[in-house]
Design a protein around this ligand. Structure first.
Ligand SMILES: [Zn+2]
Length: 71
């Protein structure tokens, strides 16, 4: 699989469903306990935790960060 055209937010990592390494689109999301509209920066540190979500570009399966490798 050519990797030269990967967008900055894409990584190649293993997909359980595809059973091979595929391109995954990575998005950083803040898991919030509120809607985030009125959370101050100070409170945001406690109300939110960053989570990296990867979605297989081949089959669309979502994976959690633990399954990914920095390769
Ligand atoms: Zn897949």
């Amino acid at each position: 699989m050519p990797e030269r055209d990967l967008p900055p937010n894409a990584i190649v990592t293993y997909c359980d469903r595809c059973d091979r390494n595929t391109v995954h689109e990575v998005s950083l999301e803040l898991e919030s306990t509120t809607d985030g509209a009125d959370v101050t920066a100070e409170n945001a540190k406690f109300a939110k935790s960053p989570a990296r979500r990867t979605v297989c570009c081949v089959c669309g399966a979502r994976a959690h960060r633990e399954r990914c490798a920095y390769e």
